[in-house]
Write a protein that binds this ligand. Structure first.
Ligand SMILES: [Fe+2]
Length: 263
């Protein structure tokens, strides 16, 4: 009888642990599903932005890894990179972003509201991902305090936003946009170097320019710009590859096959 009590307690504790594990797994899947749904909404509204944010996430992760950021911060960097431009989906801005001509001062002012609009869209997720709205709001801040919307300076700019800002600038230079042609990898490197300590965090620029990180980013850029049949840029009829994200609410198809499920 004496032996039964500890056994029963052990079984109950085991059951509780299992239940807790299953609830945590469900919560993780729900959070990934929420993020993926938001990303689907970006893709559905604007495939060009969908591809841009994925490339930015890829470069930001390479930079973050090079800087030795821990896993938790890296996931945060990825989320901020993926949703940094979600504020552009605002009705008042969509037309401006798709105009082929140069922006008027008034349009430029409107465009400058997109970080704050993005943070407002993401505000309900703040309790789950505290860095997300703040990081998105700060992705156009500059190290020297001349950025927007708040003119934050130096380390007052959240780290995740400082990482994403370099990756965003790199992609803006190396990928063709409606108003500018793509420039070469070495031109982008020079521009990032020029922004050291003015536009960008100098320590992060040093990491970005270090040979191993630079090589990984160049490889990712070539891969991202390689024509690929799986991702069609609907707006321009281009065919381009869009890097994948790490958060997923369902197993990848190869994992599903391994588990004997239908993808
Ligand atoms: Fe932006």
């Amino acid at each position: 009888m004496k032996d039964i009590v500890p056994l029963a307690i052990g079984a109950a504790a085991g059951g509780l642990l299992l239940r807790e594990h299953s609830m945590r797994t469900k919560a993780e899947r729900l959070s990934a599903a929420t993020l993926e749904t938001l990303l689907n909404a970006i893709d559905a509204n604007d495939a060009i932005t969908g591809a841009h944010v994925r490339r930015v996430a890829t470069y930001a992760l390479k930079l973050g890894e090079g800087a030795g950021l821990d896993e938790r911060t890296l996931r945060s960097v990825e989320r901020v990179a993926i949703f940094h431009d979600i504020g552009k989906l605002h009705g008042a801005l969509t037309d401006i972003f798709h105009e082929q001509t140069k922006l008027t001062p008034e349009e430029r002012r409107a465009v400058m509201t997109h970080p704050q609009r993005g943070a407002e869209v993401l505000a309900p997720l703040e309790g789950f991902f505290p860095d997300l709205p703040k990081g998105v709001a700060a992705h156009h801040e500059r190290w020297d305090g001349k950025g927007y919307p708040r003119g934050l300076k130096g380390k007052r700019i959240p780290l995740v936003a400082r990482v994403v800002s370099i990756a965003d600038a790199f992609d803006a230079i190396t990928h063709r946009r409606r108003y500018s042609h793509a420039r070469s990898f070495s031109e982008a490197i020079r521009a990032i170097e020029d922004g050291r300590g003015t536009q960008f965090d100098p320590d992060l620029v040093d990491v970005f320019l270090s040979p191993p990180v630079r090589a990984r980013i160049e490889e990712a850029m070539r891969e991202a710009n390689r024509p690929h049949k799986n991702h069609r840029n609907r707006r321009r009829g281009e065919v381009q590859r869009a890097p994948d994200v790490t958060f997923r609410w369902r197993p990848r198809s190869d994992e599903s096959r391994a588990q004997g499920h239908q993808p």
